[in-house]
Design a binder for this molecule. Structure first.
Ligand SMILES: Nc1ncnc2c1ncn2[C@@H]1O[C@H](COP(=O)(O)OP(=O)(O)OP(=O)(O)O)[C@@H](O)[C@H]1O
Ligand SMILES: [Mg+2]
Length: 316
């Protein structure tokens, strides 16, 4: 869907947008008016007008939900949500059938709890046919901690009798060096998704660069603002391209909690509100416990799974 389909975009504006790397109506909506104004120099009023027109266009074409619909329509629409297997039937069941498209699933937990293993396994499984738990699509792996390993893609694929050459070919990796690079990479996602049949984006991890760079109380509000922008862009990407997004997150201990688990995911309300599903991983000997927290419709239940040659598997 190119920019010509919006009347308000004249030739000069089109050149301006194209030079800034915005080439489609969907990309316009994903970026939103503030980003568009920033990268093109258009006034914010003009950018708001264009983004609103773009949204209406996508609504008309059925690519985006209309602003007002009945709960019945919404219910019917949700019946068609696709899911990607995690590799463990138990974990899939916990998630209501797997990782959902159109949403952000946050996986958080201590080191070695399996967050990166889930990312590697789903990056392979999303490529498989529907009957094998996939969506016949590709994955984008945004690696901020330098822990993506193509060798692991090979070993998981081999253990699952999947042709590893295909697995590697269908994962696009973006190595991210700092928080502003991360913002840039997320802004560029739309274009790559549109041109590559992407069904899953992995962000491993979402906020480690921000935590490392914004130290001290004085910088907290700027950090949260920038994270908030980033997370909202991710929400729009999941919705507009109808793909699944998995983000990983670390935990920190909160000393003020006297009873119960003292660990909370990092990133505060910004991450909490942006994630549709939050899954907390804990070590339990050779197995791992996954607990679904703060879900809009899942009960707070737990499931066991395990880490092995096949990546994520059912518990031993
Ligand atoms: N080839 C393998 N075979 C079996 N288990 C493996 C293999 N590779 C990794 N693991 C398991 O995965 C664990 C590491 O998990 P993972 O890297 O997903 O942790 P994480 O939650 O991402 O941690 P961090 O917070 O440090 O990023 C290892 O401790 C090991 O138990
Ligand atoms: Mg990791």
């Amino acid at each position: 869907m190119n920019l010509d389909s919006i009347e308000e975009i004249g030739p000069a504006t089109k050149v301006n947008l194209t030079n800034a790397g915005v080439g489609s109506v969907k990309d316009l909506v994903v970026r939103g008016p503030y980003n568009i104004s920033e990268i093109t120099g258009l006034s914010i009023e003009k950018a708001v007008e264009l983004c609103n027109k773009a949204r209406i266009k996508l609504e008309e074409l059925g690519a985006l939900e209309k602003s007002f619909i009945t709960a019945t329509e919404l219910y019917n629409k949700r019946q068609s949500i696709a899911r990607i297997s995690t590799g463990s039937r138990c974990l899939d069941e916990l998630l209501g059938g797997g990782i959902e498209t159109g949403s952000i699933t946050e996986i958080y937990g201590e080191f070695g709890s399996g967050k990166t293993q889930i990312c590697h396994t789903t990056a392979i499984l999303v490529q498989q046919s529907k009957k094998d738990g996939g969506l016949e699509g590709k994955a984008i792996y945004v690696d901020t901690e330098n822990t993506f390993r193509p060798e692991r893609i090979v070993s998981i694929s081999k253990a699952r009798n999947i042709e590893y050459i295909n697995s590697l070919e269908n994962i696009i990796v973006a190595k991210v060096f700092n928080s502003s690079h991360q913002e840039l990479v997320i802004q560029e996602l739309g274009k790559i998704i549109e041109n590559n049949n992407i069904k899953l984006v992995l962000l491993d991890s979402a906020i480690s660069h921000f935590r490392a760079e914004f130290l001290g109380r004085g910088t907290l509000s700027e950090r949260q603002q920038r994270l908030n922008k980033l997370m909202h862009m991710l929400i729009r990407i999941a919705e507009i391209y109808n793909i699944a997004i998995i983000i990983t997150n670390q935990i920190q201990s909160t000393p003020d909690i006297v009873f119960g688990d003292p660990y909370r995911p990092t990133g505060g309300n910004v991450i909490a509100h942006a994630s549709t599903y939050r899954v907390y991983l804990k070590k339990a000997g050779k197995n791992r416990i996954a607990r679904i927290v703060d879900s809009p419709y899942h009960a707070e239940i737990e499931a066991l799974f395990s880490l092995g040659e096949k990546g994520i598997t059912d518990p031993i």
